[in-house]
Design a protein around this ligand. Structure first.
Ligand code: NAD
Length: 514
């Protein structure tokens, strides 16, 4: 981590919601009021049709309805106004020195840390993430700001280049204009902050659209950006669902798009960006889903495999793009591994996200719950193991291990706590890796082995952005494990890596005959 050590230990109350009020004195248990605050001065109002969109309660049978949220839309004029304001703010922001913008990012990181309790409360309440996940998000958001500040000072300087006597050549890195950023609900703090920090430090202004499920977190982060010194209109928030996102993509004044979300949405956006005879060709950064596998050979340490599988497949209720969806065990000791894993699954505590004892919380909304439960039900004859969830109705999908016959039987990202298991034969590791590659996704792949040659095979043949050996497959650290995939999993460049910022810049060469 860039500077994680700066974050002091946080004492966590047992009842995390009990006494929580945000800096404006708003009770974090009061979701309708929370959403009111999300519609503040710089946020464009978003009125979902249907009242249940503001009802976020993992124990309630309806949870909250994505359909109702997605049905709500911001009028065209609001997206249009947001882009107009951001465009007006761009030249002055871009003219500032890189150092000035980097300093502002570092102040933003400080404010994120200072406001960590409120931010964690929002992450737990609005996105149903667990307390450890909420803490990781605070750290990652602050890390993104500090890392991009450091990189900007290093990378965005004027590069003087060689030329014959009498000629001066230089390459400048400048902002491109107004970027549109679109983010998902599963990292509502870290991904939202990372995209916008990167775009801003390069001199761009931004119109930022968070996921419709998590506007209050985004509003707070934007408030902190303004407090840190980002000019009011240099980052403008628009809230809403797919319709609003589509309107942003159709606006031909947008100079670049940074998107994180599903592969299907990325493809729709890519098509929109091509429409219009005079539309400029703009950069499109897409970080999308994966069908990620962990391969285990017979030399692996079963206890470590069990612990890392639980983390990789069930933490965050399996709602991480990097999560392991498929466990491929060497058939020689597959039964022993499954036995140990089943025992370990019995120790998972499924429950309220605000309870520090919780390992697996609810899924994000009713639509996600229904989808996962329907799929799980169709696979009932193949269940190897499932675990108990709270008895009252709610959005708790039981962590479940499902047997499949072949690697090829799984070709869809099931975004929840469901793990598929199959086997491979000794001597066929390279072929196994290639069969996983053939799915076309390329986000994460893992291997557990004590044979160095097997680790080499993974390094050589895995076509993924992030390969992990003898550890869990989640939790990439900014600056140490740049994150992002290839193929159906995204375009790159990797977030939290040294090549991310240049993609947000226009490179302009100047040659002067002196
Ligand atoms: P999603 O694609 O449904 O939505 C993501 C964002 O796109 C939301 O803000 C949504 O409102 C917006 N959107 C939807 N349709 C749009 C359109 N036509 N034009 C513009 N914007 C539109 O994804 P989700 O369900 O919010 O998130 C889960 C997905 O995100 C999973 O597939 C997961 O793997 C992926 N993800 C990837 C990464 C990564 O770094 N690779 C990280 C987190 C999540």
């Amino acid at each position: 981590a860039v500077n994680c050590t700066r974050l002091p230990q946080i004492p966590l109350p047992r009842d995390i919601f009990g006494e929580w009020k945000n800096s404006e004195g708003i009770d974090l248990n009061d979701r309708p009021t929370l959403l009111e605050t999300a519609r503040g001065v710089n946020a464009i109002p978003f009125e979902p049709e249907g009242g249940d969109a503001v009802h976020a309660d993992p124990h309630h049978p309806t949870g909250r309805s994505r359909a109702a949220i997605e049905a709500g839309r911001t009028p065209d004029a609001d997206v249009h106004n947001a882009v107009t304001r951001a465009q007006a703010a761009y030249p002055e922001w871009d003219r500032r020195t890189v150092n000035e913008r980097a300093n502002i990012l570092e102040r933003w990181a400080d404010l994120i840390e200072e406001n960590r309790i409120e931010l964690m409360g929002l992450v737990v309440k609005e996105a149903f993430r667990s307390i450890p996940d909420a803490l990781s998000e605070v750290r990652e958001a602050a890390d993104f700001c500090r890392y991009y500040a450091q990189r900007a000072r290093k990378d965005l300087t004027v590069h003087e280049l060689p030329g014959p006597t009498g000629e001066y050549n230089a390459l400048k890195m400048e902002g491109r204009g107004t970027w549109a950023t679109v983010s998902p609900w599963n990292f509502p703090l870290a991904i939202f902050t990372g995209q916008n920090a990167a775009a801003l430090v390069c001199g761009n202004s931004v119109v930022a659209k968070p996921a419709p499920q998590t506007p209050a977190i985004a509003r707070k982060v934007v408030d902190l950006a303004h407090q840190a010194g980002v000019p009011e209109d240099a980052i403008t928030l628009v809230t809403g669902g797919a319709d609003v996102g589509a309107e942003m993509m159709s606006d031909q004044r947008i100079a670049g798009v940074a998107f994180t979300g599903s592969t299907a949405t990325a493809k729709k956006i890519a098509q929109t960006l091509l429409v219009g005879e005079h539309r400029p060709i703009i950069p499109f950064i897409a970080e999308t889903g994966g069908v990620n596998a962990m391969i285990v050979d017979s030399t692996a340490l079963p206890e470590q495999v069990a612990a890392d599988v639980l983390t990789s497949s069930f933490r965050s209720a399996g709602q991480r793009c990097s999560a392991s969806r498929l466990l491929i065990l060497q058939e020689d000791n597959a039964d022993e591994m499954i036995h140990m894993l089943s025992g370990a699954m019995d120790m998972l505590h499924v429950g309220d996200p605000g309870d520090p004892a919780t390992d697996v919380g609810p899924v994000i909304d009713r639509a996600a719950y229904d989808k996962m439960m329907a799929y799980r039900e169709t696979m009932r004859p193949r269940w190897i193991k499932t675990v108990a969830v709270p008895e009252d109705e709610g959005l708790f999908v039981p962590p479940t291990m499902i047997q499949i016959d072949d690697i090829e039987d799984l070709d869809t990202e099931w975004f929840g706590p469901i793990l598929h298991v199959t086997t491979w034969k000794a001597g066929k590791l390279e072929e196994t890796i290639k069969r996983v590659n053939a799915k076309g996704y390329g986000l994460t792949m893992g291997l557990h082995s004590r044979i160095a040659r097997n680790a080499d095979l993974l390094r050589t043949h895995a076509r993924v952005g992030n390969a992990y050996v003898n550890r869990s497959m989640i939790g990439a650290v900014v600056g140490s494990q740049p994150f992002g995939g290839e193929g159906l999993s995204g375009t790159g460049p990797k977030a939290g890596g040294p090549h991310y910022l240049p993609r947000f810049c226009a490179e302009r060469a100047v040659s002067i005959d002196t």
